[in-house]
Design a protein. Structure first.
Ligand code: AMP
Ligand code: MG
Length: 400
């Protein structure tokens, strides 16, 4: 059996590039940018007024009670006006081009007017209230690098440089496959010996966070039916995310089915808890990557975050962020396994503390709803209260 560290490395070694595709700007949210975005013009593209007021030439100010007659009004969205008289001003609106020959803007609040001329009532600094051309960035400067996740802030940048169509990393086509005769659909009332399928729904909603629409399939515990369905799914999908059927049970038929269908095993079983019976492999001909998680809901959920998410990030050319939190309890791992313990995060005096959640084990699906993530404890590791431990976030709250 291999260690968690080796298992993860093996999974990452099997990341693959699915190439790029062009999508409409409005569909690019959450996708990974696949092109370099440069400023198509200076920002701002002209000297713009940052206030509603009047534009004058600073050197034309020569004393108190001086009045400047109104020579015109510069509106945002209109071509540049010319200030051609030292006794005049031009009214300028926020976002308008500062008139030619003017170099200073005085906000209305610092002036008084009789309707024909303005008097300045406050001291003035040369160049005030002007956002100069190219003072943010110059034409041709790199604004966004490939590999970043497009969020609302990037959408604004893309829009402003005119990217109606954006090149993004292509996402894999993913099948979410549950296995087991005990499983019934969500809208059914289970018989006493049955349970409702939950893993497929958790996985599909996790994939939604990645903008991947997972297709749900189900396999009954019958070897020839499993092989028949899997053969087609291997051809149709880039990734299979399975749950159940890979442990030591009499009805855990998946490893044998993968083998007979030519999916090459990279490893089976990892020294970790939960999620130990994880099977990972790849079909060399169809390039299908197979993540076959043990069926216990917590095992499936944890393994998705431990393996699939970093694999996807690497595949899309982005990094997997590493987090650490302070543990609010002491914890002693006296096993040879890497443990992943569900925690709830709490803010205490400005520090993020992780409190372990009591759970009955990997079947305790309901404890998952309390967890903000999992902390990682190495084999035989003793962690005292207040220690910094690696943290795997499992809520998609935009920060962690
Ligand atoms: P298995 O790995 O197939 O032995 O399943 C382990 C446990 O997880 C069993 O109690 C199953 O009933 C349960 N289980 C398997 N698949 C699912 C699923 N899709 N949703 C909820 N529980 C499941
Ligand atoms: Mg099963």
């Amino acid at each position: 059996m291999i260690s968690f560290k080796d298992a993860l490395q093996n999974v990452l070694n099997h990341s693959q590039d699915f190439g790029n595709e062009s999508v409409e700007l409005t569909k690019s949210h959450g996708r990974i940018l696949a092109e370099t975005i440069m400023a198509d013009r200076d920002f701002p593209p002209f000297d713009r007024s940052t206030k509603d007021g009047i534009a004058i030439r600073f050197d034309d100010i020569n004393g108190q009670n001086q009045s400047f007659s109104i020579a015109g009004v510069a509106q945002a969205g209109s071509p540049q006006l010319i200030l051609d008289d030292e006794t005049s001003c031009i009214e300028v609106m926020t976002g308008a081009i500062v008139p030619q020959n003017a170099d200073t803007v005085i906000m209305y609040e610092h002036t008084s007017s009789n309707g024909e001329a303005f008097t300045i009532n406050e001291s003035v600094k040369k160049g005030q209230n002007i956002h100069y051309q190219a003072s943010d960035v110059s034409k041709g400067e790199v604004l966004l690098e490939p590999g970043i996740k497009i969020t609302a802030a990037e959408i604004g940048v893309l829009a402003t440089v005119g990217k109606a169509i954006v090149s993004v990393k292509k996402l894999p086509k993913v099948a979410v496959i549950s296995t087991g005769n005990e499983l019934v659909d969500v809208d059914k009332t289970p018989l006493p010996f049955q349970i409702r399928k939950s893993n497929s729904h958790s996985l599909v909603s996790l994939l939604e966070n990645e903008n991947i629409q997972g297709d749900i399939h189900h396999l009954v515990d019958e070897p020839s039916a499993i092989k028949q369905r899997l053969e087609l799914l291997i051809q149709e999908y880039d990734v299979l995310l399975l749950s159940g059927g890979v442990s030591k049970g009499k009805y855990d038929f998946l490893p044998e089915a993968f083998d007979s269908l030519g999916v090459e095993k990279v490893f089976h079983k990892v020294l970790q808890r939960p999620g130990k019976p994880f099977w990972f492999g790849k079909h060399p001909k169809h390039n299908t990557t197979v993540f076959s998680f043990p069926g216990n809901p917590v095992s499936t959920f944890v393994n998705y975050h431990l393996y699939f998410k970093p694999w996807l990030n690497k595949t899309l050319g982005t990094d997997t962020s590493q987090f650490a939190v302070f543990l609010d309890d002491s914890y002693s791992n006296d096993t040879d396994l890497t443990l992943f313990v569900g925690v709830e995060l709490k803010l205490k005096a400005g520090n993020l503390l992780a409190k372990t959640i009591s759970s009955t084990g990997s079947g305790d699906l309901l404890a998952l709803a309390k967890a903000d993530g999992f902390v990682q404890l190495l084999p035989k590791e003793e962690v005292s209260k207040g220690s910094l431990v690696p943290f795997i976030p499992t809520r998609n709250n935009g920060v962690v």
